[in-house]
Design a protein around this ligand. Structure first.
Ligand SMILES: [Zn+2]
Length: 161
């Protein structure tokens, strides 16, 4: 217990007194308020931490998605691709994976429900940036190489699965 000056009369009084014995000024106990503020701040900090963790997790999950046809498309490009391709993809210099899938489906005159095990990857091949599309259809395994810039079908293969 130590002494402090009374806010009202300026006389030295005990710092844990409830009221000034001199002038009668009533002191509220600030300790509970301070404790409440500390607990509240900690709670907010923890809440923000949890929130940022959830957001980070959602961003990670967002790297892959299902397209409107429910076909799983992995957005991650090949690890051996350089970052230039990533940047160009973000700049929309290349046609999208959904568009490239449409080109393949139109080429075979089928719809997306007919194919399965679809994989679409951006690669450097034939001196160009191409989409390598693999999928199975009607017990055959198909592979397409499509120019990522103009959607031209460069090569396509069909193998008995
Ligand atoms: Zn006083």
């Amino acid at each position: 217990m130590s002494l402090m000056k009374c806010r009202e009369c300026g006389k030295e009084i005990s710092d844990n007194t409830k009221s000034c014995p001199n002038c009668g000024y009533v002191y509220k106990n600030n300790n509970n308020l301070k404790l409440a503020i500390i607990i509240l701040s900690s709670f907010i900090v923890i809440l923000l931490l949890i929130l940022s963790l959830v957001l980070i997790k959602e961003n990670l999950n967002d790297n892959s998605h299902e397209n409107s046809n429910g076909i799983y498309i992995d957005d991650d490009l090949n690890n051996n691709q350089n970052s230039e391709i990533d940047n160009n993809t973000q700049n929309n210099n290349y046609i999208s994976k959904n568009d490239v899938l449409d080109i393949v489906l139109k080429d075979l005159s089928i719809n997306s429900n007919d194919i399965y095990d679809v994989s679409i990857e951006l690669e450097s091949k034939f001196g160009k940036t191409v989409y390598d599309i693999d999928f199975n259809y009607n017990r055959f395994e198909y592979e397409y190489y499509i120019d990522a810039t103009n959607g031209e079908i460069i090569k396509s293969f069909k193998e008995w699965d």
